[in-house]
Ligand binder design. Structure first.
Ligand code: ZN
Length: 228
């Protein structure tokens, strides 16, 4: 069992790093600047601190582009994303990417990542099949969250499109609690409901697919786990 704890700002990344340091056997931290916070990100000022936090992290992120909420100007989002791809290349870390309604620019930044030899995961993915295919072709992973258990979810074809060796599931806690807990504060353990849905749609056995997704996460993030 392992938890990847997402540090999506410098402040939260420091908390995630502390949690990981207290629980080195099973908690692993990331560090990054979420696209929502890109406006406050200053490359000169913030990259050194981010680099320091990444010294004990398993991935860069969440980073990416969110043109749905547009909480930060799009140019600032692209700048922060590109800077974090460069940092991932420098530190030989994968990236955790958040993308929403920003398909063209995500595609072009995935191209930059590919040129830089950086892979990662399209987290909480709900985008187009074609963008997923671009990511998969570049050696990336695609991760599904509780959204796929919601009544309004209709794209089961997407759940079947991802090859099993590139498939991840995630809680995205405290957000996006899966059915039957929708609306509550999410818990990591409830990812089992998301796994059950993905397995049922794909015609896989849930326990077995859970083993596969856990192996995938361990491989992507390089998790140093005790043998089960
Ligand atoms: Zn996200």
């Amino acid at each position: 069992m392992a938890v990847v704890c997402i540090g999506e700002s410098l402040e939260v990344a420091a908390l995630a790093a502390a949690l990981a340091a207290q629980n080195p056997a099973f908690v692993f931290a990331t560090a990054g600047i979420h696209p929502h916070d890109a406006a406050g990100f200053d490359v000169q000022r913030d990259i050194p601190r981010l680099r320091e936090l990444l010294g004990a992290a398993v991935a860069v992120g969440e980073c990416g582009l969110d043109y749905h909420y547009d909480n930060s100007p799009r140019q600032a989002q692209r700048t922060a994303f590109a800077a974090q791809i460069a940092l991932a290349a420098e530190m030989h870390l994968p990236v955790v990417v958040h993308t929403r309604e920003a398909e063209d620019d995500t595609r072009s930044l995935l191209g930059e990542a590919r040129s830089a030899g950086v892979i990662g995961v399209m987290h909480c993915y709900t985008g187009s099949h074609s963008l997923a295919e671009v990511a998969l072709a570049a050696g990336w992973y695609v991760s599904f969250s509780g959204i796929v258990t919601f009544n309004k979810w209709t794209d089961n074809e997407l759940l079947r499109l991802v090859p099993r060796e590139r498939l991840l599931v995630e809680s995205d806690s405290p957000y996006l609690a899966p059915v039957p807990f929708r609306g509550k504060r999410n818990e990591p353990a409830w990812v089992a409901h998301t796994l059950a849905k993905v397995s049922a749609v794909r015609g896989d056995e849930a326990l077995e697919l859970g083993r596969v997704t856990a192996d995938n996460a361990q491989r992507l993030f390089g998790l140093a786990l005790e043998p089960a």
